[in-house]
Design a protein around this ligand. Structure first.
Ligand SMILES: *[C@@H]1O[C@H](CO)[C@@H](O)[C@H](O)[C@H]1NC(C)=O
Ligand SMILES: *[C@@H]1O[C@H](CO)[C@@H](O)[C@H](O)[C@H]1NC(C)=O
Ligand SMILES: *[C@@H]1O[C@H](CO)[C@@H](O)[C@H](O)[C@H]1NC(C)=O
Ligand SMILES: *[C@@H]1O[C@H](CO)[C@@H](O)[C@H](O)[C@H]1NC(C)=O
Ligand SMILES: *[C@@H]1O[C@H](CO)[C@@H](O)[C@H](O)[C@H]1NC(C)=O
Ligand SMILES: *[C@@H]1O[C@H](CO)[C@@H](O)[C@H](O)[C@H]1NC(C)=O
Ligand SMILES: *[C@@H]1O[C@H](CO)[C@@H](O)[C@H](O)[C@H]1NC(C)=O
Length: 301
């Protein structure tokens, strides 16, 4: 074929045309001052070249871990490549805090429109929806570690905005809450899995983050490794209790248990139509992103 005969210097462009799974667009840094961004979170966006207002694209918000950046998550996670395949836009927020963890501790970030990092990220989603005429039924959020904590916080604070969340090795929404109001404060008790509550207690914490809300909430998928020594495995159980409490499911009785799913040594528990937990035997911090599974859960595949 023609591709085989082009000069070596053109080979990568040529294979990009032949292979839809290559990032053809580039990561954009959005600095538009009309976006409400109370904590100065970096706003990076990946839109495949063929996305435009007529296609009503979906949006995936993909949130990095501590020490990470938007650029690192763009390079190191599969979402931009998957965006080429499925035609959605990826928003990569970048933490403004030293050490680049997310603020999942202050009252501001744990409140709907409270002026914290969660508010800043929701503002980016709003702007992207308007700019690309995105499909508001296809807005999703995911993240790893600190980004997984923020994923739980975003679905709790903006339940009307997101249709689903996928959490790779995080903690329950509100588990890092700082009674003294610390912004981006570390919470050792939560880290080691010793912040516990009943399902109803955890559900109240979620509801308090957006007290007026009574609509449908995002469906959730929670991944955690049994050998996680950064965010101890009991945080998996507490997160499952939290969303089981919200959805009124019995966290002690999964409706379905699938061993070696989606891969060897992972067990997938289905608690109801809106909650799955995937407990990964022998896996540490963080559980590797399961891109093709994510596409199924978000409904793109
Ligand atoms: C900023 O975003 C607004 C809203 O989408 C748009 O009208 C405006 O043109 C943008 N400004 C720049 C400088 O891109
Ligand atoms: C926008 O997308 C539609 C549908 O895929 C396509 O027909 C159209 O050519 C695109 N427009 C631009 C300006 O790329
Ligand atoms: C998003 O847009 C809606 C509708 O314009 C507005 O009511 C809401 O306050 C916005 N939220 C954020 C976080 O910007
Ligand atoms: C850690 O978070 C819990 C709430 O989950 C809170 O009760 C506790 O005081 C926090 N610890 C610190 C040191 O802020
Ligand atoms: C939900 O809240 C809205 C606005 O406050 C109200 O109109 C509606 O009746 C409530 N629905 C339920 C099921 O409580
Ligand atoms: C947490 O959940 C897993 C999976 O259901 C279970 O094997 C484990 O015993 C639970 N741990 C605790 C401390 O309840
Ligand atoms: C699954 O777990 C067993 C027992 O810990 C281990 O020996 C095996 O290597 C694991 N398999 C894979 C594919 O990770």
């Amino acid at each position: 074929m023609v591709c085989l005969r082009v000069l070596a210097v053109l080979a990568s462009a040529c294979s990009a045309l032949a292979n839809p799974l290559i990032k053809r667009a580039s990561l954009q840094h959005i600095t538009n001052s009309s976006i409400s961004n109370p904590t100065n979170v970096g706003f990076y966006l990946y839109a495949p070249d063929n996305v435009n207002v007529t296609t009503k694209p979906g949006i995936v918000v993909a949130i990095h871990y501590c020490t990470g950046t938007a650029q690192a998550y763009y390079s190191g996670s599969p979402y931009a490549t998957l965006a080429e395949q499925y035609g959605f836009i990826v928003i990569y927020p970048s933490s403004p805090h030293e050490g680049t963890c997310w603020d999942v501790s202050s009252k501001a970030t744990l409140s709907h429109n409270g002026g914290g990092d969660s508010n800043a990220i929701a503002g980016m989603v709003n702007w992207t929806v308007a700019k690309y005429n995105a499909d508001t039924e296809k807005i999703f959020v995911t993240g790893s570690s600190s980004g997984a904590m923020m994923t739980n916080v975003l679905v709790a604070t903006y339940p009307e905005m997101f249709k689903a969340g996928i959490v790779y090795s995080g903690v329950a929404a509100g588990c890092f809450a700082s009674p003294s109001g610390g912004v981006d404060a570390w919470n050792y008790t939560c880290q080691i899995g010793e912040v516990t509550a009943t399902p109803e207690g955890w559900a109240d914490i979620v509801r308090d983050m957006d007290p007026g809300y009574n609509g449908t909430r995002p469906k959730m998928q929670i991944y955690h490794g049994t050998a996680d020594t950064a965010l101890y495995p009991n945080n998996y159980n507490e997160t499952i209790k939290q969303w089981a409490g919200v959805f009124d499911y019995d966290y002690t009785k999964p409706l379905k248990t699938e061993v070696d799913t989606p891969q060897t040594n992972y067990t997938r528990y289905t608690f109801g139509p809106r909650l799955q937990g995937i407990y990964a035997e022998g896996v540490g911090h963080t559980v590797p992103i399961q891109g093709s599974e994510d596409m199924k859960f978000f409904g793109f595949a």
